[in-house]
Structure formats: C-alpha cells, structure tokens
Design a protein around this ligand. Structure first.
Ligand code: PLP
Length: 358
C-alpha cells in the first residue's frame, strides 16, 4: 500500500517566498477560477447583517432545493448536508464504520479516504487501479470483501487521474457486494463529465441500492472557501448519517449561498465552457511539447513529465504557477494541473516551456 497521506494543498501565502514572479496563479487545488456566481455574492451580502442570529435550526429548505435541483423524484429525505464534501464523507464514515472495520479504496485516489480511515481506526484495503488505464478492478475489489468490509470508495471522476468508472463496472460492483457494504460514489466533479456511459448514481439511490453519492459546492459552484457539500442516499441511510450532525450545523452564509448557487444555471454553463476551452488548449500544448497526459473528464489534467515531478513543480512555481504532485495520492512522478482561466493556462504553459528548456 503506497502512502496516501492527505493534507490538502498549500495556500498562496504558504508558497510566496519560493516565487520570483509578481503574480501567483493557483492551479493546484481544482478550484474554479471563474469565482462564485454574482447571485451567491448577493445572497451572502444580504445574509451578513443577520450574523448575530443562529442560522435556521434545520437545513430542510436547502435539502429540498437540492432534491428539486437534481429532480428524478428525489426528496429532502434523500439528502444530507455537511460543511464540505470532505465532511459529507467523514459523517458517513462515522455512521457506518466502527474501529477495526475495513474500507476499500483504489489508488491512486483522493487522499482523504486514507486519512479518515486512520483517524477513525478503520483498516484501509487498497485494490489499485490498473497502472496504465486507471480502470477499477471490480473482480479484485469483490475478492477483498470480508465480514468486516463496510465501505467501498469509487471516486468518479477520480482525483488525481481525472478518469472515469463507467456504468457496467458500477453495476457489477453494486451487484457483487453483500447487503451490508455501502458504495461511496464520490462525484464532486460530476458536472464536468460528458460521457453518456457515466453511471446514474441517483437512479441507483432511487432503486434502493447501497450507495451514497457525495457532492460539493467547492468545484463547479466555485465556493471552496465557504465549505458546503451534500450526500444523496436512501432515506434510511440519510437518517443514520444525520444523527451525527451538530445543532445548527450549516452556517447562515453557506445556507443562503447554497440556495443562490443552485439558482444560477448560467454560472454553471459559463464554468463548463471555460473548462472545456481550457482543456482543449492544454491538451494541444501537451501534445505539442510531447508531454504524456491522461484524457480528462473533469477540471484538471494529470500529466507525467520526463523530469522528477518535484523539480518541475518547483520550476513552474518559481515562475508563479502552483501545480500539485500526485505522489501523495499514490502515483509517483505525476503532476496535476487545474484548468483555469485562459490567462492562467497560458501562464502555466509558459512556465512549463521555461522549465523544459533549461
Ligand atoms: C474527489 C474529491 N472528493 C471530495 C473533495 C472535497 O471537496 P470539499 O471538501 O472542498 O467539498 C475533493 C476536493 O478536492 C475531491 O477532489
């Protein structure tokens, strides 16, 4: 099992001393550089004057709004909220896994899963992705299931590889698992996916499968600083998770901003176009420079430089662009770059060219 330690990426302030450029572009944490919707900013301003009051006691209206946003017959009883997608994952771990239980991950993947397992005394079982295609090995996962297995993580699209698990694989997984095991479908990047074979996880929830879908307002909605996320699952699973929430668990700003974000379709489509254009540009530049990368189904790309990843990362950082190594996710030698605004993408390519020419 490789080291999947997860700390979250550094802030701009933390790296400033290592940068020689005037401006720092942060392409290291898969944020949305478009910034939040103007409707979100307006809702926050409006709510700010009421901050002396506790927020609504329950998150019912936001849960109703989220259910209506997805449609398909979801109700608020299928939704729970948390202070970020990360907390949504933590809450379900607390609800469904006890110390000594096993959780299955497939590395390279999002490091939070390992960190939570360590924190909660769970045993992490790694069934690695295919080393070339990064496909999940469903028969191997099913083979690792024991009486202690509680959760199987499917990060889809996967961070850091930007690859997908498709419908047939999800069906095989759900069909093959015993009743007590829950699949965690971490789909925080789902809006970026265009593949028609992407699993319909909400339908699986409505079909009463053992599946919890994880969503976040950090990515497409560009609200990473606010910390808001939600889970979608069968009402009995949602009830078990909600037991672990704190009183007044959602702050008033996040609550108001969440409603506003769901109402701004234009902001989402602007984000998707920005990412699509940036992806085409970056892939073209990688091709031109002969740098291998993996086709991306999300708002970041993983590539493999010839030189050691740390050397490349320091080199581009010096020129003002922050990108992320993938070794902590379980993939040595890779680098992950977030797709940003056109000027950010260009700055990254210029920095990359500079490092390559040295
Ligand atoms: C796959 C995946 N899941 C969950 C999260 C958590 O997002 P947040 O805690 O910002 O909602 C991230 C953040 O990068 C992620 O990449």
């Amino acid at each position: 099992m490789q080291d999947l330690e997860y700390k979250g990426g550094p802030s701009i302030e933390e790296v400033r001393d290592r940068v020689e450029a005037d401006h720092i572009y942060k392409l290291s944490s898969n944020e949305n550089a478009l910034g939040p919707s103007p409707k979100v900013l307006e809702a926050i301003q409006k709510t700010a004057s009421t901050l002396h009051l506790y927020p609504p006691r329950e998150d019912d209206s936001l849960r109703e709004h989220i259910a209506a946003y997805h449609g398909k017959g979801l109700t608020r009883d299928h939704i729970y909220t948390g202070n970020s997608g990360s907390e949504v994952v933590e809450l379900l771990n607390r609800a469904f896994a006890q110390p000594g239980d096993e959780v299955i991950v497939s590395s390279p993947t999002f490091g939070l899963y390992k960190r939570l397992a360590g924190k909660l005394g769970l045993t992490l079982v790694d069934v690695p992705l295919d080393p070339d295609t990064f496909e999940y090995n469903i028969p191997a996962i099913l083979n690792e299931v024991t009486d202690r297995t509680r959760l199987v993580y499917v990060c889809n699209p996967n961070n850091p590889t930007a690859t997908l698990l498709l419908k047939p694989a999800m069906e095989a997984l759900l069909d093959g698992l015993p009743e007590r095991v829950i699949v965690v479908a971490d789909e925080v990047y789902y809006q970026f996916v265009e593949d028609s074979d992407y699993p319909d996880s909400i339908q699986s929830v409505l079909d009463n499968r053992n599946l919890i879908v994880v969503h976040s307002f950090s990515k497409t909605f560009s609200m990473a600083g606010l910390r808001l996320g939600y889970g979608i699952a069968r009402p009995d699973l949602v009830k078990a998770v909600r037991h672990f929430r704190c009183p007044f668990h959602l702050n008033a700003l996040a609550n108001a901003a969440g409603h506003a974000a769901l109402d701004d379709e234009q902001h989402v489509s602007d984000t998707l176009s920005m990412v699509q254009q940036g992806k085409t540009y970056l892939m073209g530049e990688f091709d031109r420079m002969g740098i291998p990368y993996w086709p991306s189904h999300t708002n970041f790309i993983m590539f493999k430089p010839e030189m050691p990843a740390d050397e490349l990362i320091e080199g581009v950082l010096k020129r003002g662009v922050m990108v992320r190594p993938t070794n902590r996710n379980g993939y040595d030698g890779g680098v992950r770059v977030t797709i940003g605004l056109p000027e950010e993408n260009r700055a990254f390519i210029q920095a990359l060219e500079h490092v390559y020419q040295r």
